[in-house]
Ligand binder design. Structure first.
Ligand SMILES: [Zn+2]
Length: 284
């Protein structure tokens, strides 16, 4: 039997432990995150060593160190959009919170539109991997990664795309990211990645100011425009940003993003070329 005085105390402790369970589902994880951030940012507090201080270190190149106060922190200039190829938000979060996977992203957006931020925008998340866009060969350093909870063979929900557009609006304004710099994982890693899939509504994003889209007049049967005779589609892909070392792979990524037809056919039809020419004029 529990004494009268003990009962309220027990109840309080049960309530407290329950609320701490729900509140602290990721407590240890977030503590480990803070420790890692502290380690990563420690490098910013170091003042550069001089040759005199480190005579044997060949990487030390300074004769003298004099600090300036005119600086700020470098900021992201691209956004890379992914689909998770997983079955749920929880599964993705698990993947991004265990160290052995070595993958992460700044944001994860669930099918119901919930946005989960997993990393400060200024830190380098591991989402892009090997690849390039234009001359940028380290997209992890220059971009923000956004993962959409989607298994790769289904449409994205309206709520998810609405949330994505809200996130993109904030990022574009906050970091002054150019319209052309909103790309997909498949765009920067042709032949290696196919996300986000052909179900991803790039036109809707372009209409909202994130990436470009072609003039859909081109699709009308009576459209009379032509590409110039000397138009080189592979050069156009390169100028847009695609790595063309494997032209068939670059064409596949282009089709995945823009034409969404015969994605695995490395040939470009006359219609594909007209779409590509129109986009080249916008991206160049
Ligand atoms: Zn991806």
């Amino acid at each position: 039997m529990i004494s009268k005085g003990l009962l309220p105390a027990l109840l309080i402790s049960v309530v407290l432990s329950f609320s701490s369970c729900t509140r602290d589902a990721y407590y240890q994880n977030n503590k480990a995150h803070q420790k890692k951030v502290a380690e990563a940012t420690q490098v910013l507090l170091e003042t550069p060593k001089t040759k005199l201080e480190s005579p044997n270190d060949t990487l030390v190149i300074n004769d003298q160190w004099i600090g300036t106060t005119n600086f700020s922190i470098r900021k992201p200039n691209f956004v890379v959009i992914h689909h998770t190829a997983q079955e749920s938000l929880d599964q993705t979060i698990r993947t991004f919170t265990v160290t052995r996977t070595s993958v992460s992203s700044h944001y994860v957006i669930s099918r119901d539109g919930t946005v989960v931020q997993m990393l400060n925008d200024y830190l380098r998340s591991w989402h892009a991997g090997r690849g390039s866009w234009g001359n940028d060969t380290d997209l992890n350093s220059s971009s923000i990664g956004i993962e959409l909870d989607n298994n790769g063979s289904e449409y994205f929900t309206d709520k998810q795309i609405e949330s994505l557009i809200q996130v993109l609006k904030v990022l574009k304004e906050k970091y002054n990211i150019p319209t052309a710099n909103f790309i997909g994982h498949a765009d920067l890693a042709p032949g290696r990645k196919v996300d986000p899939s052909e179900y991803f509504p790039w036109k809707k994003l372009a209409d909202a100011g994130f990436g470009y889209w072609y003039d859909e007049k081109i699709l009308q049967p009576d459209y009379e425009g032509k590409v110039p005779v000397n138009f080189n589609p592979i050069d156009a892909l390169r100028i847009i940003g695609y790595n063309i070392s494997d032209p068939a792979a670059a064409i596949q990524s282009f089709k995945l993003h823009f034409t969404k037809r015969e994605i695995n056919n490395p040939e470009l039809t006359d219609l594909d070329k007209m779409i590509l020419y129109d986009l080249y004029l916008k991206y160049r």
